[in-house]
Design a protein around this ligand. Structure first.
Ligand code: KIV
Ligand code: ZN
Length: 516
């Protein structure tokens, strides 16, 4: 039987915008640029680089990304008002291909309680926003926020009108993760059937994972509803329970091509490197049993499975680890590697440091690490560059050195030297363990009073000589930040992570959340 030609599924990545809205996941301009470059290597179709009107930092990050990225469309979110849209247009000006994504809530609850607007006012504002955005680009996306809890008649009215105004993508948002696959897919199908000009726009799905159904809802939106764009984030990063995970969508559509009959342009071999980069920059570690990108996703521990895989791989494997970018940890550099080899490896990893001074600083760190650790892996290089970038960003606090003593039956003791606004501090404290003692020592001088929400340690590579990567999540006065530190000594990594979190806590970056 002949099969119908397959359609293209557009992959719209919003790691840098919706993903970044996750408390503690906020990124600096340089971190966003690193991720954007990697998303381009991954070959996503659209990169939503941020929300230009939310802060000066986001505006600048979008502008820089717009100037650098050539192969993906660069997009900025904007609320449905002229100021936000103008800001998005300004930030996107350098882009080879740009998209303005404007949205307004359409559910009765959001319109009445959040916006305090009547449906007619929302209708007019949505139309006006799309019309205004079209002055800057012919690629305009419109999202009815909380779409899945909106009245279908009202949605039809708004969406038909915004398509008439020139919206080229309509993104059906399940903002609070309320949808269930069949209902969400059917609601989208009804919209497309009832709206007379629905064929003039690409239909998109945007799902949140509050009930663990974001990927299932998105795929139902594609299969039942006919969506041809999926909005998603790397590792499913995002506020609350996160967004639709890009890697799961791409691999579901690829692996079950027999069912979906769709093509995606993503280079799947870049999935794991991208996942690792995002986890490392944000400090949101990937759970080991996470589909596709979890450390155990391809590990066969049970004897029966191992036996089966050895005899014929497809007995228990539906995807090949190497197709999504899993490679055995390879020693890439060592103590004798020179600056050129280091620089070449940075290039191969897609890490573009801006100046010779930055390359030199990273190379010095590499040499220091190579003195302490015989084998240097790609993951070590990535952590080292992140560390270097963190220390540039608002480095009011800077780690200098540490010594600690712990012995069975004794209370651990730590002595830490760090600089605070240029002045060197030496402090000592005891604690329940060496990390607790270290944090107590730092706090005895820094006196931040911040609440520690999360402390996690991850081995960057395999083996006990691996570097430990520590995440410390701190909260103070309503702000939540993640600090990350890496070192072969996990107590040192913890001190670095704590100081990096303090730097972020005291930086002035204030961001507006689009949903507020
Ligand atoms: O979840 C949501 O509704 C959004 C919109 C801004 C598209 O992120
Ligand atoms: Zn969202």
């Amino acid at each position: 039987m002949a099969t119908a030609p397959s359609d293209r599924l557009i992959i719209f990545d919003t790691t840098l915008r919706d993903g970044e809205q996750s408390p503690g996941a906020s990124m600096t301009r340089d971190e966003k640029i690193r991720i954007a470059r990697q998303l381009e290597r991954l070959k996503v179709d659209v990169i939503e680089a941020g929300f230009a009107a939310s802060s000066q930092g986001d505006f600048e990050a979008i502008k820089a990304i717009a100037g650098l990225i050539k192969d993906s469309t660069v997009c900025s979110l904007s609320r449905a008002n002229d100021r936000d849209i103008s800001r998005a247009a300004e930030a996107l000006a350098p882009a080879a291909r740009k998209r303005i994504h404007t949205f307004i809530a359409t559910s009765p609850l959001h319109m009445e309680k959040k916006l305090r607007m009547t449906p007619d006012q929302v209708f007019e504002q949505a139309k006006q926003a799309v019309r205004f955005a079209r002055q800057f680009t012919d690629d305009v996306e419109f999202s009815p926020e909380d779409g899945s809890r909106s009245d279908i008649d009202f949605l039809c009215r708004v969406l038909e009108a915004v398509i008439n105004e020139g919206a080229t993508t309509i993104n059906f948002a399940d903002t609070v993760g309320y949808g269930v696959p069949e209902l969400y897919g059917n609601m989208l199908k009804t919209l497309r059937e009832r709206i007379p000009n629905s064929d003039k726009a690409v239909w998109s799905v945007h799902c949140h994972n509050d009930l663990g159904m974001a990927v299932a809802n998105s795929l139902a939106g594609v299969k039942i509803g006919g969506a041809r764009q999926v909005e998603c984030t790397i590792n499913g990063l995002g506020e609350r329970a996160g967004n639709t995970a890009l890697e799961e969508i791409v691999m579901a559509v690829r692996t079950r091509k027999d069912y979906f009959n769709l093509d995606v342009g993503v280079d799947t071999a870049q999935i794991v490197p991208t996942s690792k980069l995002v986890a490392q920059i944000t400090g949101f570690a990937v759970q080991p049993n996470k589909s596709v990108v979890g450390a155990n996703a391809f590990a066969h521990a049970s004897g029966i499975h191992q036996d089966g895989v050895l005899k014929a791989r497809d007995t228990y494997e539906i995807m090949r680890a190497e197709d999504v970018g899993w490679t055995a940890n390879k020693i890439v550099l060592g103590k004798l590697s020179g600056r050129n080899a280091f620089k070449q490896r940075l290039d191969e990893l897609g890490i573009a440091l801006e100046s010779e001074a930055e390359i030199n600083a990273a190379f010095t760190r590499f040499k220091e690490l190579a003195d302490r650790k015989a084998e240097i892996f790609d993951e070590d290089i990535m952590a080292l560059v992140s560390d270097e970038q963190h220390s540039h960003d608002n480095e009011y606090f800077r780690f200098v050195s540490l010594s600690q003593h712990s012995e069975t039956g004794e209370r651990p003791q730590a002595s830490v030297v760090f600089s605070m606004g240029g002045a060197e501090m030496t402090c000592e404290a005891q604690g329940n363990g060496p990390v607790d003692a270290t944090v107590n020592a730092i706090e005895s001088k820094a006196q931040s009073g911040a609440e520690l929400l999360l402390f996690s340690v991850n081995a960057i590579t395999t083996g006990t000589q691996s570097q430990g990567e520590v995440t410390m999540r701190l909260a103070k006065a309503g702000r939540i930040v993640n600090g990350i530190g890496a070192d072969p000594d996990i107590v040192v990594a913890s001190a670095k992570a704590y100081l990096s979190a303090l730097n972020k806590l005291y930086s002035k970056v204030e961001k507006l959340n689009p949903q507020l």
